[in-house]
Design a protein around this ligand. Structure first.
Ligand code: BGC
Length: 392
């Protein structure tokens, strides 16, 4: 009897201790989840001012593993930081640490490009019988929206706080005949960083009269790190059976040429530098790769269009898009005159771009997919850059 009482006391004490432990465990769990909710996944900080005094802000999207920084000038992606295979934070996009460098001359680092990404021959096109003349800012061509494209304007920013993934929505109103393009157009570009380490870019536009539109982002990536030298040792795959050869002014000839047995074949993973110096007429015209690939499976929604990896850092980037083309540009015109964030020089080929888009000069080439936006339609496209790190 006495023994029984003792046993039940021991059991009771153990039970009480267990209960306390359980209580503490649940409390820690709750506190932790509160901390996670309070974890600021979006941060806004002052970055500089325009000569007219307008303030430029940097918005940092973080998911606890990697981060993306964007400014309201040009919607420019200034930094993408991700741990390399040794856990060291690596910034994989070219850009600057100070704002004034972004208003000086630079080749569209990280910017939103529009109204028309890429080249329009002779800066001319006609739409519904009306001829339009754009500024020629690239020899005889109009390039990347003209003299003051979307890369050089101030965007208004809405921080998205729907408690899901961190994101911002940038909006710009482009007036009728701005840079020579018809129609008052409202453009929204949303950047979202998901838990799966995808930077999702969603592009939307509406117009009040017919116009042409082709939006993209002009980030220069270097998966070895923005100051690590050239990107020729990166491995690349592009899911495309053909590309668009260009004339001496970099305008597509209209031919859709098969990549088989040419240096343009990236259908299987290949080092970017492997054939870049080949005596190939198209590589000579482009001074390297600076061409639009005709992506497979256009019209089937968003699909994987490319993948790039750096063996040195283990950083890998997959690109997904619903667009028909991608301009793969190997930074052939970088010449060492711009200083990197670590104050090195951005020399030739120290970054590559994968600009998802419609084909260059489409407004003048009826055989290419249509780039006309009518008032009763909404322009909606998306591109995702998905990052991961491996040890090789
Ligand atoms: C073009 C290049 C150009 C670069 C910077 C790329 O999208 O294809 O020819 O030099 O942008 O302007």
């Amino acid at each position: 009897m006495h023994q029984g009482k003792n046993n039940s006391m021991v059991f009771y004490k153990k039970y009480k201790r267990l209960n306390i432990l359980l209580y503490l465990f649940v409390k820690i769990l709750i506190l932790n989840s509160c901390n996670l909710n309070n974890f600021k996944s979006q941060m806004k900080s002052y970055f500089g001012s325009l000569p007219n005094g307008e303030k430029i802000y940097k918005y940092k999207l973080s998911n606890g593993y990697m981060s993306v920084e964007i400014i309201n000038y040009g919607g420019i992606i200034t930094n993408i930081n991700i741990p390399n295979s040794q856990g060291i934070n690596t910034d994989v996009v070219l850009g600057f640490d100070t704002f004034h460098q972004y208003i000086e001359e630079h080749p569209y680092f990280g910017a939103i490009i529009g109204r028309y990404g890429n080249r329009i021959a002779n800066g001319k096109f006609s739409l519904n019988g009306i001829n339009y003349q754009l500024a020629k800012n690239n020899g005889e061509n109009s390039l990347h929206g003209g003299l003051i494209g979307f890369d050089k304007v101030l965007w208004s920013v809405k921080e998205l706080d729907d408690h899901k993934d961190p994101g911002i929505k940038l909006t710009y109103f482009s007036e009728n005949m701005e840079e020579g393009y018809p129609g008052n157009v409202q453009i929204d570009v949303t950047y979202i960083l998901t838990k799966e380490n995808e930077l999702k870019i969603l592009y939307e536009a509406i117009t009040d009269s017919p116009t042409v539109i082709n939006l993209t982002n002009h980030s220069y990536f270097n998966l070895g790190g923005e100051s690590s030298g050239d990107i020729l040792d990166h491995f690349l795959t592009i899911n495309a059976d053909s590309y668009l050869p260009v004339d001496k002014n970099m305008i597509p000839t209209g031919e859709i040429r098969n990549v088989k047995n040419t240096p343009f074949d990236f259908s299987e993973m290949k080092k970017i530098g492997l054939e870049i110096e080949t005596q190939n007429n198209q590589l000579i015209i482009g001074k390297g790769y600076d061409h639009c690939w005709v992506l497979n499976d256009y019209g089937k929604g968003i699909r994987k269009i490319a993948e790039v990896k750096s063996i040195n850092t283990g950083i890998n980037m997959e690109v997904y898009s619903d667009q028909p083309g991608v301009q793969f540009y190997t930074g052939n015109f970088l010449d060492g005159s711009l200083k990197s964030k670590k104050l090195n020089k951005y020399k030739k080929r120290s970054g590559f771009c994968l600009e998802t888009q419609h084909f260059p000069d489409s407004p003048n080439q009826p055989s290419f997919p249509n780039v006309i936006l009518d008032p009763d339609k909404k322009y909606q496209t998306q591109t995702w850059y998905k990052f991961s790190t491996k040890t090789y």
